[in-house]
Design a protein around this ligand. Structure first.
Ligand code: FES
Length: 348
């Protein structure tokens, strides 16, 4: 791809010709406030925060402006700051003021932008004259939609369309009534939403949040145990408990994306119903047993079935929740016993 050189804040930058001014600047460590742009999605140009000045052309939004050879761009001038401030205030004005109770507190991009622009806390409070309350959609088992904290950046709409290809969400209604909605404004559990959570992880504010979210104290990078795809995940751990899952953006298999099982199906890890010791049925009831006793019983029963009906009478079902290596050993064991009847749930 052809390289383009342009100047931003007096600094020469080289980037590829398909880049926008915003993305090229961010890649070179020059921050331009932005809310509706996301590196995984096509530029939208809705929030107007990413305004810059191009010499000889005037103000423009940098997320939609392609780089061009020889451009001279400024990101910080009194005029830019004024326009940016107005754009930010217009976004904040209808945003519910509950930062301290919001799970996105300190991780909210609107908060970051307000701080960067220098909108003081009391001014922020005065600005927040919310037009009214939209009902909160609690219908999904994994996440909550709160339109009162939505800034209409459209990231959820584009994520659902461009990444998941499902198109559950879109802009609906007009003017001050505009909101992100499902078809016919139904609760999200009555839509075709697959609960992948891709929109939730990209939402820049508290408009889409995970239910019962707890902030982890550390992150462990590993592989999702659900199927044979082997997506990279990052487990958020608090104490000894897994409290969240994120897709690993550095993993070449899924590049950060996850399905509903990988993202939200981790509660089996410490579920009280999870078996932690072998159980043997005695007189119609399961009783706890040692591994030695359980394996001895299985070996005896296998032998009996093999002697009576032949090795093809045996079959083995294993689980995607064990490692590939363990599954490999399992199929080896079954084949050594003389059967090819082996299956498990990881063969996607
Ligand atoms: Fe450019 Fe929103 S980031 S308009």
């Amino acid at each position: 791809m052809r390289k383009i050189t342009f100047v931003i804040n007096g600094r020469k930058i080289e980037t590829n010709e398909r880049n926008t001014i915003l993305r090229a600047s961010l890649a070179h460590g020059i921050y331009i406030p932005h809310l509706c742009d996301h590196p995984d999605l096509t530029p939208f140009g809705g929030c107007r925060l990413c305004v810059v000045e191009i010499e000889g052309r005037g103000l423009t939004i940098s997320c939609k402006a392609p780089v061009e050879e020889g451009l001279v761009v400024q990101t910080e001038t009194p005029v830019i700051n004024k326009v940016r401030r107005i754009a930010a205030e217009l976004l904040i004005v209808n945003h519910h003021a509950e930062c301290l109770q919001c799970v996105r507190n300190t991780e909210c991009k609107l908060q970051d932008i307000a701080a960067y622009i220098g909108i003081e806390a009391d001014h922020l409070q005065r600005l927040r004259q919310t037009a009214g309350d939209h009902p909160i959609d609690n219908s999904n088992p994994f996440f909550i939609r709160n339109p009162n904290k939505c800034v209409l950046c459209g990231i959820c709409v584009r994520t659902c369309e461009e990444i998941n290809g499902v198109r559950v969400l879109d802009f609906a209604f007009r003017g001050y009534e505009t909101k992100i909605s499902t078809l016919m404004n139904k609760p999200i559990n009555e839509s075709v939403c697959e609960s992948c959570g891709e929109c939730v992880v990209r939402c820049p504010t508290g408009a889409l949040i995970i239910k019962d979210y707890q902030r982890p104290d550390r992150v462990v990078t590993t592989i999702c145990p659900y199927c044979g795809t082997g997506c990279g995940i990052q487990l958020g751990v608090r104490g000894n408990k897994v409290v969240s899952v994120r897709g690993d953006r550095d993993n070449p298999i899924n590049k950060g994306q996850l399905c509903v099982k990988g993202r939200f199906g981790y509660h089996f890890i410490d579920h009280p119903d999870r078996l932690t010791t072998p159980l043997i049925k005695r007189n119609g009831a399961f009783v706890k047993a040692s591994w030695d006793k359980a394996l001895e019983l299985v070996a005896t029963k296998f032998k009996e079935a093999q002697d009576r009906y032949g090795p093809e009478a045996l079959a083995g079902l294993s689980s995607a929740r064990i490692t590939n290596e363990e599954n490999y050993l399992f199929q080896k064991l079954l084949r050594c016993l003389g059967t090819n009847s082996i299956d498990h749930c990881a063969r996607l």
